[in-house]
Write a protein of this length. Structure first.
Length: 137
């Protein structure tokens, strides 16, 4: 996204557009890759764009990100030996809320899940209290 600076485009306007672009991805026929060069933007801009971008992209292959909302956790990336503690913590945090009803653990955007992470997921669900149902997608 260094073109923003190079062309003198208002960073705030680009950020507003990025935050409201979610509808473009609804039909799954649209792709866009935005890479904010950490040398061209202040850390606050890069972090805000990372957190609010309609489609979460990872910094590099092999990482794991977790996005939490009420009654849901969405895991993105790889659940493997290196990311297993983060995987476990994200699932545990979602299940610890104990909000009743049901909770969603969304694995649909994982590229890989190890047997260790899968086992942790099953153990954590078996130990979860306060839910009628745990849905794993």
């Amino acid at each position: 996204m260094a073109w923003v600076r190079d062309m003198g485009v208002d960073t705030g306007a680009v950020m507003r557009r990025e935050k409201t672009a979610g509808g473009l991805f609804a039909a799954r026929r649209y792709a866009e890759i935005c890479s904010y060069d950490r040398r061209s933007f202040p850390p606050a801009v890069v972090e805000e764009m990372r957190a609010s971008h309609p489609v979460a992209l990872l910094e590099r292959p092999g990482e794991l990100e977790a996005w939490h909302s009420a009654g849901e956790v969405h895991l993105i990336g790889d659940g493997d030996l290196l990311t297993r503690p983060h995987f476990r913590d994200a699932v545990r945090a979602a299940l610890a809320a104990g909000a009743g009803g049901w909770v969603l653990v969304d694995l649909s955007r994982l590229c890989f899940v190890s047997a260790g992470c899968a086992g942790d997921l099953l153990r954590l669900i078996a130990q979860a209290d306060g839910y009628d149902r745990v849905v794993v997608r």
